[in-house]
Design a protein around this ligand. Structure first.
Ligand code: MG
Ligand code: MG
Length: 246
């Protein structure tokens, strides 16, 4: 759907709240903190900013953020897990302001991390920005995923197929989907006012996934590490505009 300037203004507001949650959680991430405590930080920011959570209650999801450590790719439920030195943790969160959604994720290291973990995190973030660069009017949707995939695979990693990015606006997940890989057929042409959440999930090993018994947590099938970065981005006359930045 094409968003008008007034709608983009509201999405910017939602995006700024998401950016603030990221900032506060980044500051708090250290060995010893539980993932439930990270969710409490998000709840406080949402409340302070008068924002609603688009995660809480989504198909019954019990928290305002997803916390996915190490080989967990996405959708981890905050709980008693205590972050420890050397962990990779992925945080995904969102906010609704005046009916408009923001959605963004990041991965980071806890304490001191290995060079290999750091390389996975940096590559995944770089793959997101390669995708963002393609969010230009006149480009085709599939160019986003192709750019993401190229960065990830050049580094020797794989891109998750079963979970993808999405259009976003008055719902968190709108059509079309935005794959992080070449989907086998060309996508629609991008226009000014398109807003997508691009969210590469990059695995150190193979791209296959598995869902744990809680019916939420998605892990790599081979137990390899995984990282996840996401922003909500609008196609504007001046090129891509990342809405989920401060
Ligand atoms: Mg997200
Ligand atoms: Mg998303």
């Amino acid at each position: 759907m094409i968003r008008n300037p007034d709608e983009l203004k509201k999405m910017r507001k939602a995006g700024i709240v998401v950016a603030e949650i990221h900032e506060k959680i980044r500051e708090a991430i250290k060995p010893g903190i539980t993932t439930l405590e990270l969710d409490e930080i998000s709840r406080k920011v949402l409340e302070k900013r008068g924002a609603k959570s688009n995660f809480l209650g989504y198909h019954g999801f019990p928290a305002t953020i997803c916390t996915s450590p190490n080989d967990m790719i996405v959708h981890g439920i905050p709980g008693s897990y205590r972050l420890k030195d050397g962990d990779l943790i992925s945080i995904d969160c969102g906010a609704i302001i005046e009916g408009y959604h923001g959605d963004a994720a990041f991965s980071t290291g806890v304490g001191e991390i290995s060079k290999e973990t750091e390389r996975l995190i940096n590559t995944t973030e770089a793959s997101l920005y390669a995708g963002i660069d393609k969010m230009v009017a006149g480009n085709r949707l599939h160019e986003i995923g192709r750019a993401v995939q190229e960065v990830a695979e050049k580094a020797g990693y794989s891109v998750v197929r079963e979970y993808v990015g999405h259009a976003i606006g008055t719902e968190m997940h709108e059509e079309p989907q935005v794959p992080n890989y070449w989907p086998g057929r060309p996508g629609p042409t991008l226009k000014v006012g398109h807003v997508f959440a691009i969210e590469p999930m990059v695995n150190a090993g193979g791209y296959l996934t598995r869902v744990l018994e809680d019916n939420w947590s998605v892990v790599t099938a081979d137990g390899s590490l995984s990282a996840h970065f996401e922003h909500t981005i609008a196609v504007t006359e001046n090129g891509p505009e990342v809405l989920t930045l401060p």
